[in-house]
Design a binder for this molecule. Sequence first.
Ligand code: HEM
Length: 412
Amino acid sequence: MTAQETLPPIEQVYNPTSKEYCENPVPQCLALGNRGPLVWYEPWQAWIMTQMPDIMACWKQEYLSSDFYDWEFAPARPAEESWGNFERALIGHSLVADHDHHRLVRRVTAPAFSRNVVDEIQRRIEPDIQKLFDDLGQPESFDYIEEVAQHIPFISITRMVGIPEKYWEAIKPVIMNFTETWNPTISEERRNAAVEQSNQAIEILKTIIDERRSQPAENDFLSVLLKIEEENDKFDEWDIITLILALIGAGADTTLVGQQWTIYSLLKHKDQIETALATPDAFANTFSEVSRWGVISKMGFARYAPETMEILGQQVRKGQMVLMMPHLDRHNPELFPEPEKFDVTRKFDPDVLFGYGPRFCVGAALAKRQLYLTAQELHKRFPNAELAYEPERDDTDHNAIVFKKLMIKTNC
Ligand code: HEM
């Protein structure tokens, strides 16, 4: 009998939908990592890439596909004649699918994510965050998720893109639910509903783009993109729409979860709050530590084998999913000494929280800025805040470890 055969089945070792994982993911993550660099995970019918150097190489070299339709279980790729708005935005000019086009989009849109534009976005988000806290007043206690965190993704995306307030009501459900269209594990019915909402959102985006064409504004994200469109033959209106949908898809859930964990971790370690919030750079490091310490993720970053190939000693069949899971290693004492200790000054080298290589997160600067602004505002308004009680974790979320409520006692 080989050593492999004597090991218990992988799903007994690692089960991110279990209560145990939700309470303490560390032992399961380390156990999965110990199984090897590329592990077949039967319940998800997917390979899991467990180690950082391999994940970084995969990120950098892009030898796997990011195109959902290359997945063996994806529905058939719709024929071009039958594309609706949604398919055109996601397949036709996809940021996700085609490597060359992706690189072009990233290169030409870099000015839209420049320091100036992010500063301008901050200027527009700040009053909304202050208003949220003004509306909250001075309660004895409140649920941070309900009152603050859940509003932030909507505020920052609408303000970032410059969606006028008259369209907010129509576009809100899309921003809150759009991530569903990217989730390979949801039912056909739920995906269809999300696609339908996206189609409506695309119509609204087209109207907003037309309006902005006739009234450009300086340092405004959409106006910058429209100028880029004018100057580049291969970047058109569908690229702008695709990019905005990508921002909605990638920027909503991530920051909602990031909010909860930032505040939870800081209130658990109040002696580190001043250091954490001293500068935006100090906060950026803090957020990497928050994510490391909390082991927040449950899933990984999906890629698909473009052909049958050998990866890290395993035969991977064309169409199989490979999930890169950089979070598995975050409590490995060889990489992070005293891993259970939360330390906002811990050094991260490399820091891959926002990815690496050509698909490095475009929203990284914005995400860190909005989390910083919100944590700072909370601390300013309620310097004596503390957790009212240890929050209960919600084990039904399939993407991340989240809390059902995050009750804060203000002591004011
Ligand atoms: C806590 C916050 C966030 C974290 C930890 C995070 C992390 C990441 C990571 C690791 C990737 C690479 C994914 C992959 O390789 O498959 C990524 C990609 C991306 N992120 Fe973020 N992100 C965050 C917030 C945001 C926000 C706020 C936005 C938009 C406003 C955003 C937009 C994107 C986009 C569009 C991509 C795809 C980039 C591409 O394929 O070129 N993210 N993010």
